[in-house]
Design a protein around this ligand. Structure first.
Ligand SMILES: Nc1ncnc2c1ncn2[C@@H]1O[C@H](COP(=O)(O)OP(=O)(O)O)[C@@H](O)[C@H]1O
Ligand SMILES: [Mg+2]
Length: 238
């Protein structure tokens, strides 16, 4: 028997009105695995994440979470099943303090998992512990992204999904975000990450998946991808 994946999408088709955007996406993230979803702008990365999270309804195909059918289930149910999303731009509460943002998100994960506490998260993000009483609106872009990741972890997820994980952040902050994602692996949280920094993704991912025009066109290890000049050029323009 093969291990049950944390999330498994099969043959997903999705539309915006009449515009057919995803054409049969298959995507799996195994337990504790780090998968990077890559591809040029407008190819369907965000739409794929939305379909996995129940933010849009796939018109065809299935989404299994821990082997259970969650196709088109409302987002809060997908979240309760152990999937946490950090959307592009973070999505924190600007009028609440850092501390309130964190505490509000807290809940046990699947099977009562409670390993992520406020203390644990502040240890992971020392910058946030210095800003506990600051309002979300007054944080820098990097602090905001750290808070968004912290909030997601407060739900004790099995899988963290990050869209454009380091978009618009200063280089040093980017490094911090990548280091934290790497540390998540050792704590057993699986990660599905979209970003434009292909080199950074290659250093943290177990597997790279490339999407083009709503179809998966490549899947392989970072090493295999780095050696494939043609795929790099054609799909990632590097
Ligand atoms: N809300 C929307 N309404 C209509 N079309 C959209 C919407 N969001 C994205 N699209 C279109 O769907 C396609 C895939 O977009 P997206 O999933 O955002 O790509 P990526 O995240 O890879 O840049 C693009 O052609 C984009 O223009
Ligand atoms: Mg996107």
């Amino acid at each position: 028997m093969t291990a049950i994946a944390t999330i498994e999408a099969k043959g997903i088709h999705a539309y915006y009105d009449t515009s057919h955007v995803l054409h049969g996406i298959d995507l799996t993230v195994g337990r504790g695995e780090i998968v990077s979803l890559m591809g040029r702008n407008g190819m369907g990365k965000t739409t794929t994440l939305r379909a996995l999270l129940g933010l849009i309804q796939p018109r065809q195909g299935t989404v299994l979470v821990h082997g259970r059918d969650m196709t088109g289930a409302p987002t809060h149910r997908v979240a309760l099943a152990g999937i946490a999303m950090v959307p592009e731009g973070g999505g924190i509460f600007p009028k609440l303090t850092v501390y309130e943002n964190l505490v509000m998100a807290a809940r046990p994960g699947r099977e009562g998992k409670t390993s992520w506490t406020c203390e644990h998260i502040l240890e992971l993000f020392p910058r946030l512990s210095e800003r506990l009483r600051s309002m979300g609106a007054n944080l820098s872009g990097g602090e905001r992204q750290m808070l968004a990741i912290g909030r997601a972890l407060m739900t004790n997820p099995d899988l963290l999904v990050l869209d454009e994980a380091t978009e618009g952040l200063a280089p040093l902050i980017r490094q911090e975000i990548w280091a934290i994602i790497r540390r998540l692996r050792s704590s057993g949280v699986a990660v599905l990450v979209v970003d434009k920094d292909i080199e950074a993704l290659a250093t943290i991912a177990d597997r790279c998946v490339i999407i083009a025009k709503g179809r998966i066109v490549y899947e392989g290890t970072p090493a295999a991808l780095a050696a494939d000049r043609e795929v790099l050029m054609r799909h990632l323009s590097v």
